[in-house]
Design a protein around this ligand. Structure first.
Ligand code: ZN
Length: 276
């Protein structure tokens, strides 16, 4: 992180930097600038804000990456209208960022939207999760879960389209999976549909509590596009109150892979200049 920031700070014009904005995975105490707990980074109580302020002598703003993504979508996205918005980020993990009445909702302990760690698989099939529990949504819907399932498909099925795009099991990454999926691999299609169904159910839970009509899907799995979004919509509609099913719109984000970066920019603009 220091190497990346050194390069970015050196590339900026003298005196032109307003501050540094960071979206980090895990539970982040935005008021103290602490990463409370990040399973993926294996960090606990990391005083990231202080470390970076001491090194760069600039204001530093840190928040959970999904919260930041929601602010990015709210500020720079064009897929929503009105003051309320839910952004579901599906990538390394699954989590939701919630904007209510134009303000990011962080939760009492900054854990709002941690839907990826709700147990959805029980029994012997439940896998251990980075949070310490087993059977979390993230263990079956995430980039890692998708790659593991794709490698399993390639092992079992010599006809799989995956073999055209990845010579070995180890070479199966998200890009190869996307290519095989776009070439109509039947097994992968089933995997994406299943992930969409699980997400649709989670979105129904979130929307039932908040009645937010605009839901945006972001993160690396959003690259699976219309088939994934359609599976989310179908499951959502069949598992929620009909009035909410009719009113809610679920769309992919147009901000792509930069959504957290744009959200981090919005965080700095908001804190330093009250611009957003
Ligand atoms: Zn978990």
């Amino acid at each position: 992180m220091y190497q990346l920031l050194d390069a970015l700070v050196a590339a900026a014009d003298e005196g032109a930097l307003l501050g540094i904005g960071i979206g980090a995975p895990g539970v982040v105490d935005a008021s103290l600038g602490l990463i409370r707990q990040s399973g993926r980074l294996q960090w606990r109580d990391m005083p990231l804000q202080k470390l970076l302020e001491d090194r760069y002598h600039l204001p530093v703003h840190i928040a959970n990456d999904s919260h930041v993504a929601a602010l990015g979508e709210y500020t720079f996205g064009n897929g929503h209208t009105g003051p309320n918005l839910v952004v579901i980020t599906v990538g390394m993990g699954v989590s939701a960022g919630v904007v209510l009445d134009g303000r990011l909702h962080l939760g009492d302990s900054f854990g709002a939207g941690e839907i990826g760690h709700v147990t959805v698989v029980t029994g012997p099939e439940a896998q251990r999760c980075s949070c310490g529990n087993t059977g979390c949504l993230e263990t079956v819907v995430s980039e890692g879960a998708l790659i593991a399932q794709a490698r399993d498909i390639a092992r079992r099925n010599p006809q799989s389209k995956l073999h055209q795009f990845a010579p070995t099991s180890k070479a199966i990454d998200l890009q190869a999976i996307l290519q095989a999926f776009n070439a109509d691999d039947d097994d992968l299609n089933q995997v994406i549909l299943q992930m969409g169904r699980r997400l649709g159910y989670s979105v129904a839970t979130v929307v039932s509590i908040l009645n937010v009509e605009q839901v945006i899907i972001s993160g690396s799995l959003a690259r699976f596009g219309a088939p994934l979004i359609q599976a989310i919509r179908t499951e959502f509609k069949s598992t929620i109150h009909p009035m909410l099913a009719a009113k809610t719109k679920i769309h992919p984000s147009h901000l792509g892979q930069d959504i957290v970066v744009k959200g981090a920019v919005a965080t700095v603009l908001s804190a330093e200049m009250a611009l957003v």
